[in-house]
Design a protein around this ligand. Sequence first.
Ligand SMILES: O=c1ccn([C@@H]2O[C@H](COP(=O)(O)O)[C@@H](O)[C@H]2O)c(=O)[nH]1
Length: 288
Amino acid sequence: MESFGVRLHRAMRERGPLCVGIDPHPGLLARWGLPDDVSGLDRFARTVTEALGDQVAVVKPQSAFFERFGSRGVAVLESTIRQLRDAGSLVLLDVKRGDIGSTVAAYAAAYLDPSSPLYVDAVTASPYLGVGSLAPMFDTATRHGGGVFVLALTSNPEGGAVQRARGADGRTVAQAVIDEIAQLNAGAEPLGSMGLVVGATIGDTGHDLSRVNGPLLAPGLGAQGATAADLRTVFGPALSGVLPSYSRQVLAAGPDPAALRAAAEQAAAECRRVLDAPKLTDGSVTER
Ligand SMILES: O=c1ccn([C@@H]2O[C@H](COP(=O)(O)O)[C@@H](O)[C@H]2O)c(=O)[nH]1
């Protein structure tokens, strides 16, 4: 099977660089006139899938909003994943898993092995038990053409206290994570399969993302306050690997499918203006 990096690179070229999250917050269910129960969850996820599954490169269901309904919510997640796959978008499950290696192997089997009912193209993972503890996820992903997005610099204000702490070698925790992921992607073309999560809200932190050679998922746009223009400040010369991610800003346009598609198209257009901008000779970019 083709690697996740190859498949993602093609999807971003053909459909545009955009990830839309499925985050059925109770407030959004109410806004859409849906009950806060499994039937509302199912209708919400189905509507987003039918509206956007054949339009955007990546759809990112947020597992927590399905898990809160127990096994019936997870069953909705399974069918949402199947429907998204049939519609042609890549599925990135936001589960932020991490543990000791032997347990990470079970998470890898749950999400990255094609025989699992929850099999997806990629997952988010937490590196705070050590990036090396995620090796079973990297191995299973590589074997089956999947991807892993590891938290590096998250979009929430509390993240910095942990992620920007410095180790004995003077690097921040985040830079150490970034460097380990860069090693895994070394030599991959056109893009490695191991990604990072870097919030669009964080400003210029001085971290070096230039050697990652993998996708950079950028949440925090829209509802958390970041704009497409912020991508330039956060990512600088690493802009070409950025996958901007919106949940509530796009979802708030529903439940009308045409309005959801228009909101996603507008978000994509705003990001494209920044991501497609020509590079200046000093490596910075100018907006089109
Ligand atoms: O650093 C991170 C990592 C993950 N997220 C997730 O992305 C979406 C953001 O939703 P919005 O409605 O666009 O704010 C959500 O599922 C988060 O859990 C993040 O925001 N920041």
